[in-house]
Design a protein around this ligand. Sequence first.
Ligand SMILES: [Zn+2]
Length: 681
Amino acid sequence: MAEENKGTTTQAVPHTQAKQNTQAKETTQAKEKTQAKPTSGENANRKPNHNNRNKNNNNNKQDGDKPKSNNNRNNNASRNGNSNNNKNKNRNRHRRQPTPVDENLKTFVTKNQEEHKQRLNPHYKLDLNSKAKIRITPLGGLGEIGGNIMVFETEKEAILVDVGMSFPDETMHGVDILIPDFAYLREIRSKIVGVVITHAHEDHIGAMPYLYKEMQFPIYGTPLPLAMIGNKFDEHHIKEHRKYFNPIVKRQKIKIGNDFEVEWMHMTHSILDSSSVAITTDAGTVIHTGDFKIDYTPVDGYTTDIHRLAAYGEKGVLCLLSDSTNSHNPIPTGSELSVAPALDRIFSKAEGRVLLSTFSSNIHRVQQAIQYGIKYGRKICVIGRSMERNIEIAMQYDYVRFPKNIFIDADEVNRYEDKEVLIVTTGSQGEANSALFRMSIGEHRHIKIKPNDLIVLSSRAIPGNEGSISGMLNHLQRAGASIAMSKDIHVSGHASIEEQKLMLRLVNPKFFLPIHGEYNHVMKHRETGIMCGVPERNILLMTDGEQIEIAPKYMRKVKTVKTGKTYIDNQNNHKIEDDIILDRQKLASDGVVMLVAEVSEQNSKMLAKPKVTTFGIVPDKMDKSFAKEMEDVLEIFLTNIKPGLIENSRALENDIRQVVRKHIFRKMKKYPLIVPHILVH
Ligand SMILES: [Zn+2]
């Protein structure tokens, strides 16, 4: 599909020069059209220049679709070079003859330049005659961290990549998780031929049970993500949907539907068994990195499959979608193995129990902690539901191996000396229902914090969680424990700028879509993309719901589809309707007023004093005076009541709500929930 097209090669040289002149004005499509148009010869743009080599270099840069900033730099450099050379030339004119030029060597300079051009510009590697196109729609994960779900569509078929969840902010009272709105999936349901999973993090698989309760498709992924999805299906009582599992082998291409061929490539990340995927359709190959970092020394020895990425880059890649989470970080992300010395140091010095907390999905971190626990003669006690489950799955499927006799239960901890115990637990984010938090406030059934305990937080604070972590640290320290949370006991799982550059250079895509991140993250990643040779016009910043169409000759936004979030209550795994959340927000910020009044049908007068109840509006001691105020408001309203309104209870209550709202806003600048009950006799 993406084969070299010699016919366009000759035309593309003049095109790229034309492009330089009109760069700012052109739209993507218009620009692409100029590609096929032969323009006048190469010499047209040449300026008088005594230094042929410099000039050729400049041309070469332009042909390679290099970003403008680089060109400017090169132009400046060459200008400076020229003027120096000119000076030298003048000075040397009388001293010696110029060295004769070996014309044969010169032709090889040209040939090498041509080779660089062919190698660096993905444009030449695509099948530009293909009319095929692919549409890409993020339904979550853009403009936010988490909730990743991406739709890839051909004319007749569609696949989803990841179906993740995200977390609510503090205004969404009583909401435990957010899942993407599936409205668009309902619309294209009959087109969907499969779900492709990159890795087992919650923000990539967390919404799977909610989707599968509603609609089912074959699921393709490596064993760990499937095992973890299976676990979720069991918890949600939809065990039978495990039958949709299609485990895959990395590097082996799988046909999904008629239109998609997908290959999983191993990636290093903060969870085991992560992948990027190469999705090939008639339009070409699109590479979705999933989440990744480039770890040259991973704990299990399975490095990022840069060879496969490079192979695709060599063959020609239509579009790269790459992880933007750490796109502001200029320092290369450390290897997972780099936390080992710090863990060793901490464990060697600890005199009492060690309680280590990290993300429960980071099995390699847990594995390293357990190894140092064993090294210093400690038994291992794993506490916390998600931690226990993840270690169990990782051991069941042979991702990690430990002797069984090193593990002890929480109720056995007190039988051992403090120095013989390592507790590995959840709660690194200070979550109120986590094991470590419950220990910190003395509410854990088996573990009470002791003065010589050492708490190791091997994690970073997810933005928004700083407050709860700080609160937990206060509790732990009050109970006498000491805390280790230095930077060297945690590394990120996401690529920083240098690794993002490596990805861009390996894959060498024609088009680039930065994904996974808020706007500022994808914006920064775009900058990195431009530095790595992707022309500015070939990069789009997507937001959730925006549909992008890509063909070998162009990329453009085509439409916007419905997206949003569905609120989930974890207690019962049920959806919470939007209006409930709005009511809760109103109650929390503005309170509630309830009015019960009996009104005579004959003369529209109150038959007794109204009953007024408020919460979150006035202090208790002012309840009486506020009730009197409400009574006055009602009385004035009833005196001036429109004829006939008294018979229509709904309209009556509505009008009362309005006058009460106006009155309260005038006095208190608040809009509480107002609940009137008017009984007409
Ligand atoms: Zn991840």
